[in-house]
Write a protein that binds this ligand. Structure first.
Ligand SMILES: [Fe+2]
Length: 269
């Protein structure tokens, strides 16, 4: 069933669709992890050298996964920053929730003063639907909205509609290019070493299997115990180092080493 959109006070700047030659799971991984943003995206995300300052929170429910990231903003032109009403030391907030029947994420993006809590003049709300065409291709449908505190119809956003569409289309095409360029399009994540941001991958995978695909799964405690046992057995063996996305995108060489259970728990290894 197509979900209702909560867009009171928002303006629909554009709707886009893209076809990606990659499996559903990898596409959802890409759109639910932020560690590729320093090197891939111009506008959204966080600077590479300050990724360690980014705070991440996970709020999973039985049917959804919410992720909230907060950290130093990226550098972009002073004119654009002035237009959006963003202070020099403000933080970028990336708050999204993924649902699984159908599979879609709702993203809220805005900037905020870390001391006063004052927000940017404009904020974004994106609804992105992930529809598998087959095992190797996925369609993306994006519905983009803005909320502006500037006076006038749609907070002046009608004037910039063309620009927002162009920028958003460009940013999504960057993601498409990354996904289609992956050397390994395997969707298996069990046993991978992942970062503190990557817990969402397992939380999403479990819900895609259980809710979207309707595959019966073992209970979380049982999966967790089995995974701990297998992690013990695998310790010291050459298991896959990181997710394909992480491997292909990140120049990071030093990170906390975690192993990820399919129940979403990360283990220090
Ligand atoms: Fe991206």
């Amino acid at each position: 069933m197509f979900p209702p959109f909560d867009v009171a006070g928002y303006y629909n700047v554009c709707n886009l669709h893209h076809r990606v030659k990659a499996p559903l799971e990898l596409v959802v991984d890409n759109f639910c992890e932020i560690e590729h943003t320093p090197t891939t995206h111009a506008f959204f995300g966080y600077p590479l050298e300050r990724m360690h300052e980014v705070e991440v929170e996970f709020e999973p429910t039985d049917t959804s996964v919410r992720v909230i990231n907060k950290g130093p903003r990226k550098n972009f032109s002073t004119v654009l920053r002035w237009m959006l009403g963003i202070g020099a030391d403000w933080q970028f907030i990336d708050d999204w929730t993924t649902h699984f029947s159908p599979v879609y994420s709702i993203y809220d993006h805005w900037w905020q003063c870390p001391t006063t809590g004052k927000e940017s003049m404009v904020r974004w709300r994106l609804f992105i639907f992930f529809i598998p065409v087959d095992d190797a291709e996925t369609m993306l449908f994006t519905f983009a909205y803005t909320k502006s505190r500037y006076p006038g119809p749609a907070g002046g956003m009608r004037l910039f509609r063309w620009l927002m569409r162009k920028k958003l289309d460009y940013e999504i095409r960057l993601d498409v290019r990354i996904l289609e360029g992956l050397a390994d399009q395997s969707t298996d994540i069990e046993g991978m070493k992942l970062s503190r941001f990557d817990r969402v991958l397992a939380l999403n995978r479990e819900r895609i299997e259980r809710i979207y695909r309707g595959v019966e799964q073992k209970s979380s405690p049982q999966r967790h115990k089995e995974h701990q046992d297998s992690t013990e057995k695998d310790r010291g063996r050459n298991v896959r180092a990181r997710s394909p996305l992480t491997l292909s995108l990140l120049p990071f060489s030093v990170r906390p080493r975690h192993s990820l259970c399919l129940c979403g728990e990360a283990f220090l290894t």
